[in-house]
Design a protein around this ligand. Structure first.
Ligand SMILES: [Mn+2]
Length: 196
């Protein structure tokens, strides 16, 4: 079982994450940010990634620090679980619909952080969640896991649908990219021999 555990404490947040790549979608998350919890459930459920997350943050100010620090810890836990990235498919691609919304995610477990972010979310808030925090979450995940991540919105009107389709597409892409390729036989999937 490829797992990563992170406990990250700052003056703003205290975040614990355990992530299991070879899981079955077991998910226990409580970040104090309900919409973020809903999205983390998408990653777990559709990525078949076990997630245990507990965050205590300064949400009395707003959700910014907690959202970002959960993203950082999830990215670090993912990097730990991937290790040297041996034997994985490395690339993942999925287009997820949610009613009228359609979002494409393409990713590469390259070791080189990059985010191209193309969501245009019409509402400023979903419940009490600031929709500009979606980008901040994926910046944190990409930077701390070494993912090359491209997110494109192909269609969508409803903000909740657009964001949820994005997390579902991310989950399925991540599952595809991180699953073991039997033909790779434990080798690092790079012509350079190293993904870091
Ligand atoms: Mn929903």
């Amino acid at each position: 079982m490829r797992t990563g555990t992170i406990h990250r404490v700052t003056g703003e947040t205290d975040v614990r994450v355990t992530l299991g790549l070879d899981g079955s979608g077991c998910c226990t998350v409580n970040t104090g940010v309900p919409f973020l919890d809903h999205m983390l459930h998408q990653i777990s459920s559709h990525g078949l990634i076990d997630l245990e997350i507990k965050a205590l943050g300064d949400t009395h100010i707003d959700d910014h620090h907690t959202n970002e620090d959960v993203g950082i810890a999830v990215g670090q836990a993912l990097a730990l679980a991937l290790g040297e990235r041996r034997g994985i498919h490395r690339f993942g691609h999925f287009v997820a619909p949610l009613d009228e919304a359609l979002v494409q995610v393409v990713l590469d477990c390259s070791g080189r952080p990059h985010l191209s972010y193309g969501l245009k979310i019409p509402a400023q808030k979903i419940g009490c969640y600031d929709t500009e925090l979606v980008k901040e979450f994926f910046v944190a995940v990409a930077n701390n896991s070494g993912l090359t991540l491209h997110i494109r919105q192909l269609d969508g009107v409803n903000s909740h649908h657009i964001v949820e389709a994005c997390f579902k597409a991310f989950a399925r892409s991540l599952r595809q990219a991180t699953e073991l390729d039997p033909r790779r036989a434990g080798a690092v999937p790079s012509s350079k021999g190293v993904l870091a």
